[in-house]
Each structure stands twice: as structure tokens, then as C-alpha cells.
Design a protein. Structure first.
Length: 79
């Protein structure tokens, strides 16, 4: 099962983000990439969100930079 979504990260603190649908058995991994600013090809940050942990229903992410309002896409794989 593959899932992805766009999320906003508002600080450098760890935050829990829910998957659109819970994985029935397990989540095997989550990767992120920054989202470009509206109307440009440049991301607000070139640093992807760091994933601390994940479960069947959610993941915890943070940025090393504390600038608020950055968006990222998360892609998760599981079953």
C-alpha cells in the first residue's frame, strides 16, 4: 500500500502527522521532500523534514530550521 500527502510543518519541534488511511498491518517507511513555494520552482526549504518514528496510523516529523510555514510531501509504504 502506498500513501502520500502534503503537510505543513510549523516549527522545529516534533509533530505527529496522521496518514490519510491507517495501514492495516504495518508501515515500512516514510520519506519526505520539500514543496516549492506557490508560483516558483524553489522550495521554502531545501531540507526535507526528518522522520523520527512512524506507526500504522501516523509519523513524527521536524525540521532542523525553526522557520514556520514550510510544506512537505510525505510518501509512505506499508501493507
Amino acid at each position: 500500500m502506498e500513501q502520500w500527502g502534503t503537510y505543513e510543518i510549523t516549527s522545529g519541534n516534533w509533530k505527529e502527522y496522521s496518514f490519510p488511511i491507517a495501514f492495516p498491518n504495518a508501515c515500512y517507511g516514510v520519506v519526505t521532500t520539500p514543496v516549492p513555494n506557490a508560483g516558483t520552482s524553489s522550495a521554502a526549504s531545501s531540507v526535507p523534514a526528518t522522520i523520527a518514528s512512524y506507526t500504522k496510523t501516523s509519523f513524527f516529523a521536524a525540521l532542523s530550521d525553526t522557520t514556520a510555514g514550510w510544506r512537505f510531501v510525505a510518501f509512505a509504504l506499508g501493507e
